[in-house]
Design a binder for this molecule. Structure first.
Ligand SMILES: [Zn+2]
Length: 298
């Protein structure tokens, strides 16, 4: 089975077989004088990731750039540090605080994820001395390449994307949702408790203004028509809110909203169905959580 895809020169997407399904979640390797992983994938796919890196002939990783602290993106950080002890972990500063002592983070994920939690694994504590706080505009020098950190909240508060200005490659994390390449379909990732649609839409617009040439999405693949997909993403965030707004009384539940979100989707492959249903239930819970919080404030 193919587990690595070279998306563009020196940029490989390693398929973590997220949820046991191909092309659902992965981590990016950027080959340069100083090699980079953008995200680590979850603990449950750590051996698979290492196998893929070995098969690609990677002997050092200099930077682990984390788009955000969710377990499917940052869970395997400490395990990778054991294998590549010289690597610097670059992550949002507040998120770094949680990752040193991740018990709260793992508990919160278990609450939000329900049955899906087993696919997300856990997070062994990350040594504070390995972590460097990101800031918007920070340039990470890879020798013959460079990546710029772009603060991009909405999906989660401490979310960063990474832009390679020389090429227009944009590693967008979860800021622009999930993308199903074969269907050319984008759908937002809106989990509780931090998803904020207004912030998410503002971030999407800002990312478009950076004029990226290629979107690189860990869930899953690449898009060479960024503006169009960003516009569709924004439409989908609004659609999720509108669908939630239609649900009243006993129908206003994550399960019912997830059903509506799934009805909107193109045909999903049978092997993806359980995973995507679970993901959409988490997304639905995030939208309803946001609306309940907002309702509570007014
Ligand atoms: Zn996430």
């Amino acid at each position: 089975m193919q587990l690595t895809y070279e998306m563009v020169s020196g940029v490989h997407l390693v398929d973590c077989l997220f949820g046991g399904v191909p092309r659902q979640g992965g981590a990016f390797l950027v080959r340069a004088e100083r090699n980079v992983l953008v995200d680590t994938g979850p603990t449950v796919s750590f051996e698979r990731l290492l196998g893929a890196l070995d098969a690609l002939g990677v002997d050092t990783i200099d930077f682990l750039l984390l788009t955000h602290f969710h377990l499917d993106h940052a869970g395997a950080t400490a395990m990778l540090l054991e294998r590549y002890p010289g690597a610097r972990v670059m992550v949002d500063g507040r998120s770094a605080g949680y990752m040193v002592d991740p018990e709260r983070l793992v508990k919160s994920a278990a609450r939000a994820l329900g049955d899906l939690a087993r696919h997300y694994g856990t997070m062994p504590p990350v040594p504070e001395s390995s972590m460097v706080a990101l800031s918007d505009g920070l340039v990470i020098d890879l020798g013959d390449r460079a990546l710029e950190a772009v603060y991009s909240p909405g999906h989660s508060n401490g979310h960063y994307a990474f832009l390679e200005r020389a090429t227009g490659n944009l590693f967008c994390g979860d800021a622009l949702g999930h993308y199903i390449e074969v269907e050319d379909y984008v759908y937002p990732a809106t989990p509780p408790p931090e998803f904020d649609p207004e912030v998410s839409i503002a971030t999407a617009g800002m990312l478009g203004e950076l004029d990226p040439q290629l979107l690189l999405l860990p869930h899953f693949g690449s898009v060479d028509r960024p503006r169009e997909v960003i516009e569709r993403f924004v439409g989908q965030v609004r659609r999720s809110l509108a669908l939630a707004g239609e649900l009243k009384g006993p129908d206003r539940t994550p399960a019912v909203l997830a059903g509506r979100l799934i009805e909107d989707m193109p045909d999903i492959r049978p092997e993806e169905s359980a995973l995507i249903t679970g993901i959409q239930e988490v997304n639905a819970a995030g939208v309803l959580h946001y609306l309940a919080q907002k309702g509570g404030q007014t």
